[in-house]
Each structure stands twice: as C-alpha cells, then as structure tokens.
Design a binder for this molecule. Structure first.
Ligand code: TYM
Length: 340
C-alpha cells in the first residue's frame, strides 16, 4: 500500500518487466507473442520494457549494426504504441545493476541447471564457432533482469517459459537463504500466438536469425509480406483445418490470422469452407499488412527524431536504475558485503 498526496491509500499496481533483444528487426512472432501484449497491459500494470542489448552480445554483433538496431528497436516500441510516460523504456546496458545482479545470481545457479536449457542447446548448434560462457549463463542474466524490478508478471512468448522457470527457481533459492529479497514472478503468454512458427519449416518457431523467407519482419513492405506468405509451406491436401500436428503450415497461418483479427478459430475455419490455400494466404497477407502499415508509419516518424529518442531512453534508464538499485543493494547487504 502506498500513500498518495491526498492522503488516500491506494493499492500499488503490480509490476511487469519484459525485454527484447536488438539482434535484428523483430518478427511478426515477436510482435504477436510478446510486444503487442505489452501495449495491452500498460494501463493495468506498472511496466518496464527493456532492450536487451547485453543479451545480444552472446552472439557476435557488428558494432555499428548493434547501435542502429538498438535505436530501431526503441522506435518500434514507441511505434507499437507504448507510451513512455506510462512505461519505462530503456536499454539494459544503461542500467549497470543488470550486469552486477547477473554476477551475484551466477553464484546461486548450478551448471547442471544451465545445461538443461533447450535454447542453449539450439543456439550453440547454430553458433558452433562461438559457444561462449555468456551464452551458457544467459538465463541467469535474464533472471536478474526480472528480479531487479520485483516483477509480478513477465509477458513473453512460449519459447521463454523455461527461462522463466529457472528465474523462479533461483529466486526461491535465494529467498530461502536470505529471506524475502525477491518477488517470485509469473509468466504471461497469449493463448493464440504464443508460438508463431517459421513459414518455411512450421515445426520450428519463427526466428529473425533464420533465412529471410522463414519470417515476416515488422518492417516488411506489403509486397514482401505477400511474397513470403505465397511461398509459405502448407501441405498437399486442400482442406483448411486447424490441426497443428498433421497440418502445421496451415495451422500456423490460421493462428496468425486468428491472433491478428481477434476472431475465434471455429468461426475463422468455417469461413474458409470450400476455399483453397490461396484464399487463406490472401487473408493473412491482408491482416498482416493492415497491422504493420500504421506501425511502420509511426516508426519512420520516431526514427527521424533522434533528440526525442534520446530523451526517452535517458529518462527510462534513470527511472529503471532507481528501482534496480534498491533491489541490488538489498541483495548485497543480505549476502554480507560491507555497505558503501
Ligand atoms: P527475444 O528477443 O528472442 O524475443 C522477444 C520476445 O518475443 C517472443 N518471441 C516469440 N513469440 C511467439 N512466437 C515466436 N516465434 C517468437 N519469437 C520470439 C519471445 O518469447 C520474447 O518474449 N531472453 C529474451 C529477452 C529478455 C527478457 C528478459 C524477456 C532478456 N531479459 C527479461 C523477459 C524478461 C529474448 O531473447 O527474447
């Protein structure tokens, strides 16, 4: 409970923390699985959204590109409608407490726990030439991101569930040793669209690190969107049916359409009765273009206003840093470090 100026007692809103890596332009998967829920939650919660640049360097990045993609990501967060007054928007590297908390928590996490992470296994197969320690301990840094802010809820796509579980385990372990330092967070994934799949290999998630034709980027032009959906893998039947096991390609297109239009799956599939895959691809193209066009227009406006972007991320880092410092100093005191 918190006192307002009027001396009335109000309930403090529950807190949200989530993040996205600036390792490329976000995909439609990032948007449906996570980003658009951030906008939906901004009134109900006290929200912090972070551009996870420290996470991005677990894979080698070109310096100029990383900088450009980070600014692009900030513009995109604004372009999807996040209000920087209601939401704290910041770069992870601007809040030094993340790296520090990451170190502390490394000492409360076991090697065995990390080696079970499926994303580590996938990523180390993809980047066999650079399996660095950061890639291995990445979920610990992510746990620190969440715990620093005492987040109650973490809106993410389904691929982050395992990381969230380990975060809860680390927090519970730490609390058991030092009592009441961290809030134990819950995950929040959308019912439809928590796992958007690759257009070329619909058994895998849509990912920005795969070849171009596998994903729709938020910044793809209508022509590119149309071409990618036209080439999307389906199957040799002609029936439009939601059946992820036997018809992963068609089911993925249906899920995307459902997520973007807000329609029920049954209504949607019924409306395609007797129609071919071309009609489904046209409909999903149309819904995607309608969603992305206004975002792209706003994106271009924000990209042209560097001074504004700077003011947003500076203010964001200041606000985030104040909260993060409180948790970090508490954790350090509990561990037994001498106070400054
Ligand atoms: P990242 O950058 O890979 O993805 C950002 C968000 O998009 C979701 N997502 C998807 N959702 C549905 N279908 C897909 N195909 C798809 N691909 C990605 C992800 O689940 C994620 O929510 N580790 C995080 C970034 C991070 C973070 C955090 C998140 C760092 N610290 C603290 C939450 C809390 C990541 O790599 O996300």
């Amino acid at each position: 409970m918190e006192q307002t100026n009027q001396n009335a007692t109000v309930e403090r809103k529950k807190r949200i923390l989530s993040g996205i890596q600036p390792s490329g332009t976000p995909t439609l998967g990032n948007y449906i699985g996570a980003m658009r829920n951030w906008k939906l939650l901004e009134d109900q919660y006290d929200c912090l959204y972070m551009i996870a640049d420290l996470h991005a360097i677990t894979v080698r990045q070109e310096p100029a590109k990383l900088r450009a993609q980070s600014m692009q990501m900030l513009s995109l967060l604004l372009a999807i409608g996040l209000d920087p007054e209601k939401n704290v928007l910041f770069f992870q590297s601007h809040v030094h407490q993340h790296a520090e908390m990451g170190w502390l928590l490394n000492c409360f996490t076991y090697m065995g726990e990390m080696s079970r992470m499926t994303q580590f296994k996938d990523k180390s197969a993809k980047h066999a030439e650079n399996i660095n320690c950061g890639l291995f301990t990445y979920p610990v840094l992510m746990a620190g991101d969440i715990l620093l802010y005492q987040a109650n809820l973490v809106p993410v796509g389904a691929d982050q569930t395992q990381h969230l579980e380990i975060c809860r385990d680390i927090a519970t372990r730490f609390n058991a040793l030092y009592s009441g330092v961290f809030t134990i967070p819950e995950g929040y994934s959308p019912k439809v669209g928590g796992r958007v799949l690759s257009l070329q290999d619909p058994r895998k998630k849509m990912s920005k690190s795969d070849p171009e034709d596998c994903f729709i980027s938020i910044l793809d032009t209508p022509d590119v969107v149309r071409r990618k959906y036209r080439r999307a893998v389906t199957d040799s039947e002609a029936e439009i049916r939601f059946d992820p096991e036997n018809k992963p390609g068609v089911s993925n297109l249906l899920s995307i359409l459902c997520a973007l239009t807000g329609e029920q799956m049954e209504t949607l599939t019924a409306s395609f009765e007797g129609k071919g895959y071309g009609a489904l691809k046209d409909a999903v193209t149309e819904a995607t273009v309608q969603t992305l066009t206004p975002i792209q227009e706003r994106f271009n406006q924000y990209m042209a206003d560097k001074a504004y972007l700077e003011s947003v991320y500076r203010q964001g880092a200041e606000r985030a840093g104040r909260i993060a410092e409180r948790t970090l100093s508490k954790a350090m005191r509990k561990i037994g470090f001498v106070a400054k």
